[in-house]
Design a protein around this ligand. Structure first.
Ligand code: MG
Length: 351
């Protein structure tokens, strides 16, 4: 029975290899928060959150302040009561989703390291290899094609193309990717950039060019669940909800309105335990699951990979945030395979 003695919070800014543009804006760097939890047994656990202002409503400055306050709430608590602790932290700071994910990861990491368990074991499985797709941001068709070629050469079978800017440009980008990597399964993520009508036009145009999508993600605004349901009625591509689902309650709303075929779960939205609850809703409602990420380093990415390996119910994996960073916290190869290992999430950042 060990107690959390100290929670340390620091801002960590990580430059990206290239600017990363999506329909919600352009990022030059990941402005993250690193949380370290120490126990009276001398165990240390690490967690990282990657606030994404247009999605999570958090900034790095706010995340540091919130994580520090949440850390105070965690200090003195028993590590073995991690579920109650996570619930208290998340309900004290309900909007600070990626920040509380950082705290939660550090707590669960310490819990598992203390017991010499891989984090995947908390979710019922072993830390087996997880294969991710690679995301191609909003770039010119030529640049998209170069990225797709490089990805195919590195062994990526799945690519996610960002869209939602201008419909004609979006179509051109996807066609360029398909031409450069004809064997890759393609997801398209419009990040809320289209209307339901534009979404239908996009799917029709791609089909006219002989391109079938594996998944179409969050084409319309996150608050337009009825619009998402209309899209789902009118296109025969699996539709995924991402920004529309932060909590298990949101997932139930999607199920009730028959608004999606796939739920994109991100630990930076729901946390680890919340993600497992959303996965349970999806399983009960016969929806498929995707796991996504923000711009986390290997700390957040491997925590997510442990959840995926542990649960075994994720059909689509989009855990490439650390591949977009100029430098990761550990040596990371450019390729689809993530090899999580324990104890905990297995990643110890260099001090
Ligand atoms: Mg998305």
């Amino acid at each position: 029975m060990t107690t959390i003695t100290q929670v340390t919070v620091e801002p960590v800014s990580r430059p990206l290899d290239d600017p990363f543009e999506i329909a919600l804006g352009t990022r030059e760097s990941a402005r993250n928060v690193l949380v370290t939890v120490e126990t009276d047994a001398g165990t240390v656990g690490y967690g990282e959150g990657s606030p994404l202002p247009p999605v999570t409503g958090e900034t790095q400055e706010g995340a540091v302040a919130t994580a520090s306050a949440a850390g105070t709430l965690a200090e003195g608590r028993n590590l073995g009561d991690y579920r109650a602790l996570v619930r208290d932290v998340r309900s004290a700071f309900p909007g600070a989703v990626s920040t509380t994910f950082a705290i939660e990861t550090a707590v669960l990491d310490a819990y598992c390291r203390e017991r010499d368990l891989p984090l995947a074991a908390l979710f019922g499985g072993r830390p087996t290899t997880v294969s991710t797709d690679l995301t191609i941001p909003i770039v010119s068709p030529a640049s998209a094609a170069r990225r797709a070629e490089r990805a195919a050469t590195a062994g990526f079978d799945d690519l996610k193309v960002k869209a939602g800017s201008n419909l004609e440009d979006d179509v051109e980008r996807v066609l360029a990717v398909h031409e450069a990597a004809p064997d890759a399964a393609l997801k398209v993520d419009a990040n809320q950039g289209w209307t339901p009508k534009e979404t239908r036009r996009f799917v029709t145009e791609l089909r006219n060019h002989g391109v079938e999508l594996a998944v179409l993600e969050q084409p319309v605004r996150s608050d337009d669940v009825a619009g998402l349901a209309r899209v789902r009625d009118h296109v025969d591509v699996p539709v995924a909800a991402d920004e529309a689902v932060f909590t298990p309650g949101d997932a139930i709303g999607i199920v009730r309105q028959h608004a999606a075929d796939v739920l994109n779960v991100k630990l930076g939205k729901s946390g680890l335990l919340g993600a497992a609850q959303i996965a349970a809703v999806a399983e009960a409602a016969n929806l498929e699951l995707m796991v996504g990420c923000m711009l986390e380093s290997a700390i957040g990415i491997h925590a997510s990979a442990h959840l995926v390996a542990g649960m075994g119910t994720f059909e689509y994996v989009d855990l490439d945030g650390n591949l977009l960073l100029a430098e990761d916290v550990v040596d990371t190869e450019f390729g689809p395979d993530i090899r999580p290992r324990g104890p905990g999430h297995g990643i110890t950042p260099a001090q």
